[in-house]
Design a protein around this ligand. Structure first.
Ligand code: AMP
Ligand code: GLY
Length: 427
């Protein structure tokens, strides 16, 4: 079959890499893709916000199945429009994408289904939000309601920080996304991510991961889209996964079906593992980036039939196999990221660096230009390795990085530290 993959990041390179090994695949087209994806798919330029153009491309290229990588097209209703045009899609409807597109929507679902999450208030004006915040005290979390490219959340240690964040949100900095906000109890514990496929009714748990959101070593510095990740998350043992399914995932999926917006796609749950158990921080309606890279590295089974079964509503007939190994990915970013950075530098040595059988280098922000790989993004490469332990996967990833010639790039040197500490304590 012919598959169209939408997106251009490291997540999409990992998906393209996994899809390209499927015996079911005839041709993989990616829009717009990147320099790495171009090695496993035909990349085409396409304005994804123009749904008519996407439908026309599908007709021209005889596409049988569309896989949507990022959240923005889903929240904008791309899956609905493709479905209406008779195309099969992996990715939730516009209504179901509110799970990521609106914090208030998710909080109300939690209320209805008694799902453990942080206590909260929902506000449409600064004065009431500030009064509630003063009453609650710090630490406290301020969140723009809508999609704010990962920048809409402030974990405030002081009252001033919290009040500033409220003003910032209502100042229009996040556009529409900041017209409403949620003030939340600050949860204490260890964060972990859990991924499931869901076909509206059936839920197939995938695996767990943890990421590093801060830019610099020791989890210091500004927040980013993610500087590295590993799977599994040691804190998510079998008992914790079972509780998360029972207490959070299954009631959520049931609540979405009851609300007439059955959830179909991958559901990415961000948890805080607190003293009393898992609590939901947020849902995303897509794979994590860079979490997807470690998931794909551990997946033994064919990805394509699982995504098809999700769209077809027959996930109860799917079973996925995973490598027991740990996978770990280190993000190489352009110097300056997450602030301003230069584009256009050349990266050398990738082929040799990625030649080990335990290593895959996924591209996140590159283009292929006259045979050269050129950096074009903030997060640029994801050096991903498998190993028997987190330590071994980490060593393999950093050994590969040592072979990459890219003076304008940087990465954290401690991805996986928490899991390695745990591993070494247990040994
Ligand atoms: P989000 O954009 O919802 O993923 O939030 C970004 C990050 O803020 C999360 O990954 C957490 O580290 C942190 N965060 C969000 N909500 C809370 C909360 N209620 N308590 C503690 N930390 C939070
Ligand atoms: N790595 C965090 C995310 O994909 O949202």
């Amino acid at each position: 079959m012919n598959v169209l993959l939408i997106g251009s990041g490291g997540r999409e390179h990992a998906l393209a890499w996994a899809l390209s090994s499927s015996p079911l695949l005839t041709r993989l087209v990616c829009a717009p893709g990147n320099g790495g994806i171009a090695q496993v798919a035909d990349c085409v330029a396409l304005d994804v916000t123009d749904h008519e153009a996407v439908i026309n491309l599908c007709k021209d290229e005889k596409i049988d199945f569309v896989v949507v990588g990022p959240e923005a097209p889903l929240v904008a209703g791309l899956a609905d429009d493709l479905n209406a045009a008779g195309l099969k899609v992996f990715g939730p409807s516009k209504a179901a994408s509110q799970l990521e597109g609106s914090k208030t929507f998710t909080k109300e679902l939690c209320d209805r289904k008694n799902i453990p999450t942080a206590a909260y208030g929902h506000f449409t004006d600064a004065e009431t939000a500030k009064a509630y915040t003063r009453e609650q005290g710090t630490p406290i979390v301020i969140k723009a309601d809508g999609l704010a490219a990962g920048k809409g959340v402030t974990v405030a240690e002081t009252l001033d920080q919290a009040l500033d964040a409220i003003d910032e949100c209502f100042s229009g900095k996040f556009g529409e996304a900041g017209a409403e906000l949620v003030v939340e109890e600050c949860l204490i514990g260890e964060e972990a991510s859990f991924f499931v496929l869901c076909d509206g009714r059936n839920v197939l748990p995938l695996v767990t991961a943890q990421d590093h959101k801060r830019a610099y070593d020791g989890d210091e510095g500004p927040n980013t889209g993610g500087m590295g990740a590993y799977s599994p998350a040691p804190v998510m043992n079998d008992a914790m996964c079972a509780r998360a399914m029972e207490e959070i995932i299954l009631p959520s999926v049931e609540g979405m079906a009851e609300a007439g917006m059955p959830y179909k796609g991958v559901l990415y749950a961000g948890f805080m593992i607190t003293e009393t158990g898992p609590k939901l921080i947020e849902y995303n309606v897509r794979f994590g980036d860079p979490e997807c890279q470690v998931l794909m590295m551990r997946l033994q089974s064919d990805l394509l039939p699982a995504l098809l079964a999700t769209a077809d509503g027959v996930l109860d007939r799917v079973d996925l196999r995973w490598h027991d190994d740990v996978a770990l990915t280190v993000v190489m970013a352009a110097e300056g990221y997450p602030g301003s950075y230069e584009k256009g530098s050349r990266i050398n040595g990738l082929e040799e660096a990625g030649s080990s059988e335990h290593v895959e280098i996924f591209h996140a922000g590159t283009v292929l230009e006259n045979g050269d790989i050129i950096a074009t993004g903030g997060r640029v490469l994801n050096i991903t390795a498998r190993g028997a332990t987190v330590r071994q996967a980490q060593e393999r990833a950093y050994a590969a990085i040592a072979g990459i010639d890219w003076p304008q790039g940087f990465c954290r040197s401690d991805i996986g530290w928490r899991a390695i500490e745990r591993e070494e304590q247990a040994a």
